[in-house]
Design a protein around this ligand. Sequence first.
Ligand code: NAP
Length: 361
Amino acid sequence: MKKCDVGVIGATGMVGQRFITLLEDHPWFNLKVLAASSRSAGKKYSQALGGRWCMDTELSSDVADMYVYDAQADKEKIASMVSFVFCAVDMPKDEIKKLEEAYAKLDCPVISNNSANRSTSDVPMIIPEINPQHAEIIKAQRRRLGTKRGFIAAKSNCSLQSYVPAMHPLMEKYEIESALACTYQAISGAGKTFERWPEMVDNVIPYIGGEEEKSELEPLKIWGKVTDDAIVNASSPVITSQCLRVATSNGHMAAVFIKFKDKKPTKDEILEIWKNYSGLPQKLELPSAPKQFLHYFEEPDRPQTKLDRDNEHGMAINIGRLREDRIFDYKFVCLSHNTLRGAAGGAVLLAELLYAQGYMN
Ligand code: NAP
């Protein structure tokens, strides 16, 4: 099978580096183009990085020697060289919106890690195991943009990638009225390492700009309904959250409390539902799909960030400590890898889903 050429916009960043590690040996996608800001453009990738490589695996010499394009000035050229691009950039939101739309209008689909277009009503925001049907809205988006094949599809914020997957299968049978989620988020979520953020060593910072709003509102779009020209957000469950930055390198943990509306399942039923849940990526056997989407740990001190974040190549959702609660009905903890399932890995899985369904043709 001939591989499909792809590009990474924001290739020098934390998420961009993850994309490179995931795409190097990908069975369907061939890493063809790297792009970043004008500061990096025109250099070899290793020079543009200038010591910023922070993945556990070594940078291969093939990628180190690749040319870095200017994501803005070289748009037309990049769009002509690839079938689609992944985009993860640190820029003002309105500029990201323009950039992503420009690629889409060049008939180059964009799989986005950025928040800029997540609330655009005809841009699907997809967790492939949960709402793959939202891809149907791409038809309407193409009508608005006037494109044949170009579109933008986003993945959701990394903070919610553990508790939304845990809540979703329960909601197929029971109504959850409200949820409280406190997240304990790793520093790579801010594109940082301990060397580059020494203030984070031995520290907790109780503020991550904009994160609580995303954690509370984005799930409602994921659980929304597709209409002719928009995704209409769900109105429940009501979610409240507090998001804290903690001194871990990778992996976002969440302490979650849920209240059901009328009937509530037993603890055994919840465990059974989690164990048996799988989505379209598992059915289609997509290359990046975890075999078991939700892993429940019986040990009282699991999941742990350091021990469990890499479960199923960082694509599994890890859950533990399910028990009854005095104010809500149940409480549990959950964990997902923020730059894998929560960012680059989730975006690659989304691209695989859309590719398998013919959206990249
Ligand atoms: P980062 O490490 O700061 O990297 C930012 C990237 O953006 C770099 O490649 C940078 O290129 C590029 N860039 C900056 N200004 C640009 C411009 N004007 N034109 C083109 N490229 C430009 O950030 P990150 O953590 O990878 O995050 C990237 C995006 O992914 C953000 O929107 C973030 O919210 C989202 N995200 C991150 C995570 C995570 O866990 N880190 C999770 C989910 C979503 P230069 O090197 O040339 O400056």
